[in-house]
Design a protein around this ligand. Structure first.
Ligand code: 13P
Length: 250
């Protein structure tokens, strides 16, 4: 059975003091999450170290929101996997639709990041998902298939054990519009089959999160679906109680 992972993508929100505060609230409530559920918090780069200190000794894990696929060098403004690893980062969100949209990241470039993060002993949370116009055109499966096959190219079965997928239909992110549980699960089943095609049985163990307006009031129904193994939470992760409500919905 894939592990249930509920990760909070804080995006570009919260200043340092607020991040420390939120992390300590998450730690405080984390004991009430359902058994076997892993909670992850992903603040901005500049707050990773402070948040790491706050969650030390708790079961809450640390994630980053991006990284650059080179160890060091002339890449102004970027942060490498080795730098994240040194802080104690365990997960790295990669290929988020906001990065695809605003920073023009391609599947091929994200694939380099996936390999970089794995090479540094961290776990990529690889995001995929279709735009509204793609869903309306009926090409959701083609888009997600291409994202999975190209973004995870040359990932071995052994490495796949450390990969998490987040299916985030772009039209459901931050819009309050949530995919119906059946709509979401249909794509999760597609992803599961693609993973098994890529790496065999190891693909059955990969956690596939849903993301896109997941909230306390819809989490239970979404997490009850056969192939929804967790959530990547934006807005609702900015309040510890809401985040916990999702973490205890399964
Ligand atoms: P919301 O939960 O705010 O829709 O954001 C989802 C998301 O993009 C998580 O990465």
């Amino acid at each position: 059975m894939p592990k249930t992972i509920i990760a909070g993508n804080w995006k570009m929100n919260k200043n340092l003091a607020e991040s420390v505060q939120l992390a300590s609230e998450v730690v405080k409530v984390s004991g009430k999450a359902s058994a076997g559920v892993e909670l992850v918090v992903c603040p901005v780069f500049t707050h990773l170290e402070a948040v790491k200190e706050v969650i030390k000794g708790s079961a809450v894990k640390l994630g980053a929101q991006n990284c650059y696929p080179a160890d060091s060098g002339a890449f102004t403004g970027e942060v490498s996997g080795s730098m994240l690893k040194a802080i104690g980062v365990e997960y790295v969100i990669l290929g988020h639709s906001e990065r695809r949209q605003y920073f023009h990241e391609s599947n091929e470039f994200i694939n380099k990041k996936v390999h970089h993060v794995l090479a540094h002993g961290m776990k990529p949370i690889y995001c995929v998902g279709e735009l509204l116009e793609e869903r309306e055109k009926g090409v959701t499966h083609q888009v997600v298939t291409e994202q999975i096959n190209a973004g995870l190219a040359n990932v071995t079965a052994d490495q796949m054990k450390n990969v998490v997928i987040a299916y985030e239909p772009v039209w459901a992110i931050g819009t309050g519009k949530v995919a119906s549980p059946e709509q979401a699960n249909e794509v999760h089943i597609l992803i599961r089959n693609l993973l098994v095609k890529l790496v065999g049985d190891a693909g059955k163990e990969v956690t596939i999160q849903y993301g896109g307006s997941m909230k306390p009031d819809n989490a239970k129904e979404l997490l009850a679906q056969s192939e929804i193994n967790g959530g990547l939470i934006g807005g609702a992760a900015l309040k510890a109680d809401d985040f916990l409500a999702i973490g205890s919905a399964k």
